[in-house]
Design a protein around this ligand. Structure first.
Ligand code: FUB
Ligand code: ZN
Length: 640
C-alpha cells in the first residue's frame, strides 16, 4: 500500500502526516476489542437495522424491487453510506464473508439507483417526492449524503482497492461540480461535502474538487441558506468562515465544517484559515465543551450554547458531534504538529464516543448526558438510560461503525525528522524499515512498552498527555531509568530507533478530582473524578447509598475497587473506583424543595461511592447516573 491507505491523506501544508492504515496492525488491548466488536456485532447489527428501518428498501423501490413506501428522513441514504464506509475499512483487518457480501451487494444496489447524469438520492428520486431535487439545499441534505457517499468510496478504494463505489461517487461529484461550481452562491445546509470533496481531490488529483470545496467554504455567510428552521447561525451561515471566532450553531454541522476548513488549509497553506480554526478551537475548549468531550448542549437545535452553558442533565452531546470533533482534532494536529489537540481527541474517544455504543456493540446513545435521574423518561432521540438499537434519526450508529473500523489510523504521525506515537495501543507500527511493537493496557494502565525492530536515524517522539504530572512520568531505555525532558507535550528520543531497543514508558494514572470553571453554574460546587483520559461517573446500580444525594468530602481518597460489573470492552477503560469518604444525605420526602439556609444540613452518615468509567454506564437496568458530585464542604457543613 502506498501512503494514503487511511481515512485522511493531508496535503503539502501538513506539519505531520498520518501513518498509513496498512502500516498498522492492531494486536491487542482495547483497540482490538473495538475492532472485533465492530466487525462481529455492530456492522451485522447495522445491516439488519438498515433493513428494518426501510432504508435499503428506499433504494430497492426505485428499481421496482420493493413495494414498500419511502420511509425515514431525507438524509437516510447517508446511513447506508456511513455503513459502507465502516464495512470497507473493516475489511482491511481481514476478509469477512458477511461484510464483503453486504458491501458488494449494496454497492451494486446504489450503482443501479444512480441516474445517468450521476445523481443519487432516494428521497428526491422517488415519484412521490415532496420536493424537487436541489430545491432545498437548506434542509435537503443532498450534498451531505454525497459527502458520505464519497467518503465510503474513498475508504473502499484505499482499504480494499475497490473502484466501483468511488466511481459512483465521482460521477455524482462531477454533476455537482458542473451545477454548483463557478459563481453559484450555493452551499449545503449540513457541512460534510467540504471535507469529502477535498479527500476526493486527494484521491484523484483532480483540482476541480478542491476548487468546489473551497467555494462551498468561502460562500458560507452569504445568506444563501436563509433562515431555515433555526436561523442562519444554526447552519454556520450567519458569518463568513474567516470572520468567525466562536463555535456556534448545530454542533455536528459546525465540527464537520471545521474539519473541512482545516483540510482546506492543509491543501492551500492559507494561514488566515488556520488562525480562525485555532480561535474557534480555543473558544470551544475554553467555553463550550463537556469534560467528556461532548459538545452541543442545547436539545432544541442540537447546538452549541453560550459560554459555560454546560448543563449535565440536559447535555445533548450527540455521539456524532464527538466523532466530528475527533476528525477536526486530528486535522489540527497534522496542521500544527502540536499534540495538545490529541488530548481532546482522546477525551472524545474514551468518553463521549465510547459511551455512544453499548458494551456488546448493538445499542447506542444519541445524546450523552452527564447525569440521568432515576425517573428520566425516553423521548425521541433520548433513551431512558439504556441505549437503543437504532433511531428514527439514525446518524449516530453508522457513524460509530466507520469510527471503530478506522481507529487504527490515528496511532502515529510522522515528520521529516521523526515518528511520533500519538496515542498508546497494543499494535505494531511499521515505518520505513522500522517496526515498533507497542504493548499496553492503556487507558486502563499507564505502562507502555515499545520494542524496536530495524533501524532509522529518525527520532522517536512519545506524546505526554497534558493530564500527566510530568514529574511522575517514568521512562526506561533497555531497562535503565532515563531522565526525560517534555517539550511542548512530547518526549523526543534520539537514537531510539535501533534494532532491539526496548522503551518502557510509565504514565501516572492516579485518579484525580477535578472541578469546573466557576462560571459553569451547572457544576459549581461539584467535583468529577478522572483517571488519565477517562472520565468517571457514579451509577446507582454500583451503589447502595443514593448517588443523587451524595456529597464528596474534600480530601477524599480515590482507591481502585475492581473490574467487576464492567463489560468486556468497558473493563479495558479502567477499573471501578471507590471513594473512601462519602457523606450520605437522606432523600427524605419531608425535605422541601426549598428551605432556609442553616447549618442543620440533613447529613446522616458516611459511606462510600463506587465509580465506573463514564463510557461504561447504561449497560444495565436504567437508573441514576452522574459525573459531577457536589462537594460536601461547599454545602452547609455539619458532617458528624
Ligand atoms: O442532519 C443530519 C444529522 O441528523 C445531524 O448531523 C444530526 O445532528 C442529526 O440531526
Ligand atoms: Zn448522530
Amino acid at each position: 500500500m502506498t501512503e494514503g491507505s487511511g481515512p485522511l491523506v493531508p496535503g503539502p501544508y501538513a506539519r505531520r502526516r498520518p501513518l498509513d492504515k496498512a502500516a498498522v496492525v492492531v494486536t491487542g488491548g482495547i483497540y482490538k476489542k473495538w475492532v472485533q466488536r465492530n466487525i462481529s456485532a455492530t456492522l451485522p447489527h447495522a445491516f439488519e437495522q438498515l433493513e428494518i428501518s426501510g432504508t435499503m428498501d428506499n433504494f430497492r423501490r426505485l428499481l421496482g424491487e420493493s413495494p414498500a413506501s419511502f420511509r425515514g428522513l431525507p438524509f437516510q441514504d447517508s446511513d447506508v453510506y456511513k455503513t459502507l464506509e465502516g464495512a470497507a475499512w473493516s475489511l482491511s483487518f481481514g476478509e469477512n464473508p458477511v461484510i464483503r457480501e453486504w458491501f458488494e451487494r449494496t454497492v451494486e444496489l446504489v450503482g443501479r439507483v444512480q441516474q445517468p447524469d450521476g445523481y443519487i438520492n432516494t428521497n428526491f428520486q422517488r415519484a412521490d417526492r415532496e420536493q424537487e431535487p436541489w430545491s432545498d439545499l437548506t434542509n435537503g441534505h443532498e450534498l451531505y449524503c454525497l459527502g458520505h457517499l464519497l467518503q465510503a468510496g474513498i475508504a473502499a478504494h484505499r482499504s480494499i482497492g475497490d473502484q466501483a463505489l468511488l466511481e459512483i461517487g465521482r460521477r455524482f461529484a462531477d454533476l455537482v461540480v458542473d451545477r454548483f461550481g463557478g459563481d453559484s452562491p450555493a452551499t449545503c445546509g449540513h457541512p460534510e461535502i467540504e471535507t469529502a470533496m477535498i479527500e476526493l481531490y486527494r484521491e484523484t488529483g483532480d483540482s476541480k474538487y478542491l476548487d468546489l470545496a473551497q467555494r462551498f467554504i468561502e460562500r458560507r455567510g452569504n445568506g444563501f441558506i436563509g433562515e431555515g428552521m433555526f436561523g442562519p447561525q444554526y447552519y454556520q451561515d450567519d458569518m463568513g468562515v474567516r470572520e468567525t471566532r466562536i463555535m456556534r450553531g448545530h454542533a455536528v454541522r459546525a465540527l464537520y465544517l471545521n474539519a473541512g476548513v482545516t483540510d482546506l488549509y492543509l491543501e492551500t497553506g492559507d494561514t488566515e484559515l488556520l488562525d480562525v480554526m485555532k480561535a474557534q478551537w480555543n473558544d470551544m475548549t475554553r467555553y463550550r465543551m463537556y469534560i467528556t468531550g461532548g459538545t452541543g448542549s442545547r436539545h432544541r437545535d442540537e447546538a452549541f450554547g453560550d459560554a459555560y452553558e454546560l448543563p449535565s442533565e440536559r447535555a445533548y452531546a450527540e455521539t456524532c458531534a464527538g466523532i466530528a470533533l475527533m476528525h477536526w482534532a486530528w486535522r489540527m494536529h497534522l496542521a500544527t504538529g502540536e499534540p495538545g489537540y490529541l488530548d481532546e481527541y482522546e477525551r472524545c474517544l474514551y468518553n463521549v464516543v465510547s459511551a455512544g455504543v453499548s458494551d456488546d456493540g448493538t445499542h447506542f446513545f444519541y445524546s450523552n448526558p452527564l447525569q440521568r435521574r432515576r425517573d428520566h423518561g425516553a423521548s425521541q432521540q433520548e433513551s431512558a438510560g439504556n441505549r437503543l438499537p437504532w433511531f428514527s434519526c439514525a446518524c449516530c450508529p453508522p457513524n460509530v461503525t466507520r469510527t471503530f473500523s478506522s481507529i487504527d489510523s490515528y496511532l502515529a504521525s510522522t515528520s521529516e525528522e521523526d515518528i511520533a506515537v500519538t496515542t498508546y495501543a497494543t499494535a505494531q507500527l511499521a515505518f520505513e524499515g522500522v517496526t515498533l511493537e507497542m504493548v499496553t493496557d492503556y487507558p486502563a494502565a499507564g505502562e507502555v512498552s515499545i520494542t524496536v525492530t530495524g533501524e532509522s536515524s529518525r527520532d522517536l517522539k512519545l506524546r505526554i498527555p497534558q493530564w500527566a504530572d510530568i514529574s511522575e512520568v517514568r521512562l526506561r531505555r533497555n531497562g535503565i531509568a532515563t531522565d526525560i525532558v517534555v517539550e511542548s507535550g512530547w518526549v523526543r528520543l534520539e537514537g531510539a530507533l535501533t534494532d532491539g531497543n526496548l522503551l518502557q514508558l510509565d504514565l501516572p494514572l492516579e485518579p484525580k478530582l477535578v472541578v469546573g470553571h466557576p462560571e459553569i453554574d451547572a457544576v459549581r460546587g461539584a467535583t468529577a473524578v478522572v483517571r488519565g483520559p477517562v472520565v468517571y461517573c457514579a451509577e446507582q446500580r454500583d451503589n447502595i447509598s443514593p448517588i443523587d444525594a451524595a456529597l464528596f468530602r474534600a480530601g477524599t481518597r480515590i482507591l481502585e475497587h475492581d473490574k467487576a460489573e464492567l463489560g468486556p470492552v468497558s473493563a479495558a477503560l479502567g477499573p471501578r473506583l471507590r471513594s473512601q469518604a462519602y457523606v450520605r444525605v437522606e432523600t427524605a420526602d419531608n425535605i422541601p424543595l426549598y428551605y432556609e439556609y442553616s447549618n442543620d444540613n440533613p447529613v446522616v452518615g458516611t459511606g462510600e461511592v463506587i465509580l465506573r468509567p463514564y463510557a461504561s454506564w447504561g449497560n444495565g437496568e436504567p437508573d441514576s447516573m452522574r459525573v459531577w458530585l457536589p462537594v460536601a464542604e461547599r454545602h452547609p457543613p455539619t458532617v458528624q
